[in-house]
Design a binder for this molecule. Structure first.
Ligand SMILES: CC(C)(COP(=O)(O)OP(=O)(O)OC[C@H]1O[C@@H](n2cnc3c(N)ncnc32)[C@H](O)[C@@H]1OP(=O)(O)O)[C@@H](O)C(=O)NCCC(=O)NCCS
Length: 336
């Protein structure tokens, strides 16, 4: 087993700990979050028996430990102390105190109730998405080689350019549906910048440190022909093709995006048997065939469920053959 951390992506990132002293606000925010599919646990910052937040006393808190995201709206010095501790050790925190909750800071709770939660669900989703940046998943390919899958990083522009330039002419044709000039530095920097909310990208890498090379890139970007949908695009380095990497990477990327509840579209050249087979096996539907391009559609969450049903197992880092289940459904564990 590789020594890399295994941080599964965010399909399971639905557990929100809501810290707010105002019961009426907390009820309102909870119901909004629950309506959006989150599991919400509430804490008023007082703690059991009125003893206060255990974090501030240097202890662990089971509520924080079992949360994917903390929404923090505790005010005052005590609230700030809790926030400091959360930021040191907890899961991603969405702080609704300070500037984000100016009305609340003035004590105008009713106003805060109107203003603060307007974008609450969206903000919580974004905060959940930030967990995707922690993904670091060792994967053994069907031919025995080990690679790692991780979230793309803004510093990856040059590695992306090298990867793109290394692809064979046929792979580039299949990836771009025609000839495409080499990526410019600006394009590569743009591709390396994703928010894991509207744009997602995972890469597979081999080697480490200054020898690290991107050997596959899988991304989801807004699909202009169908607003609200995302288009999936992937390329695997020629040397690493047909070893299970493409399948694992597509599954993981869809798993990361599954919370968005969006349709995912794939446009595949008519002669790209491998990609078509991969998509069909994952549960995509073929919807159109036009000008040599075949359109496939699926809902990201349905693919996650489809693969879970077929494999019947939680994702694990292991051989890519088992990695058919390398889906984003395992309990999350943060890096040490
Ligand atoms: C298409 C691509 C992403 C697939 O990734 P990959 O790592 O090579 O594929 P995998 O090894 O995960 O295989 C996926 C599935 O393709 C099918 N497949 C593999 N090799 C195949 C072959 N030679 N012929 C037909 N199907 C094949 C199988 O169904 C396989 O699953 P299984 O063997 O586990 O049942 C990759 O080959 C690639 O980057 N190609 C060039 C760029 C491209 O086509 N991008 C897609 C644009 S839409």
């Amino acid at each position: 087993m590789s020594g890399l951390e295994h941080v599964a992506p965010t399909t399971g990132s639905r557990r929100v700990l809501l810290e707010a002293a105002d019961a009426r606000l907390a009820r309102r925010w909870s119901s909004r979050l629950r309506g959006a599919g989150f599991q919400v646990t509430r804490c008023d910052g007082v703690g059991r028996g009125g003893s206060g937040c255990p974090l501030v006393d240097g202890c662990s808190c089971p509520l924080v430990e079992s949360a994917d995201v903390v929404v923090h709206a505790l005010r005052g010095e005590r609230g700030q102390a809790v926030l400091r501790e959360l930021r040191r050790s907890g899961p991603p925190v969405l702080a609704l105190t300070g500037v984000h909750a100016a009305p609340a800071a003035q004590g105008a709770d009713s106003l805060a109730a109107e203003l603060v939660p307007l974008r609450l669900v969206d903000e919580v989703r974004r905060t959940c998405a930030s967990r995707a940046r922690l993904i670091a998943l060792p994967l053994q390919l069907n031919d025995g080689r080990w690679v790692s899958i991780r979230a793309i990083d803004t510093a990856d522009g040059e590695l992306l350019r090298k990867f793109d330039a290394s692809l064979s002419e046929r792979s580039r044709q299949l990836r771009y549906h025609g000839s495409m000039p080499a990526l410019t530095a600006e394009q590569a920097a743009h591709w390396a910048t994703v928010d894991f909310h509207d744009r997602f990208a995972l890469v597979a890498v081999a080697g480490d440190g200054e020898h690290e090379l991107i050997i596959a890139d899988c991304r989801l970007v807004p699909f202009p022909d169908q607003p609200g949908s995302l288009e999936i695009a992937i390329a695997v380095a020629d040397d690493f093709q047909a070893a299970g990497l493409g399948r694992a990477l597509v599954q993981l990327t869809l798993g990361v995006a599954a919370d968005r509840g969006v349709d995912v579209v794939a446009l595949v050249r008519y002669d790209n048997q491998r990609m078509m087979r991969l998509l069909l096996e994952l549960g995509f539907r073929r919807t159109e065939w036009e000008l040599g391009v075949v359109t496939f559609v699926a809902r990201a969450q349905s693919i996650v469920e489809h693969v879970r049903a077929v494999t019947g197992q939680a994702p694990a880092a292991g051989p890519a053959s088992a990695g058919r289940s390398a889906l984003a459904t395992a309990p999350l564990s943060g890096p040490d």
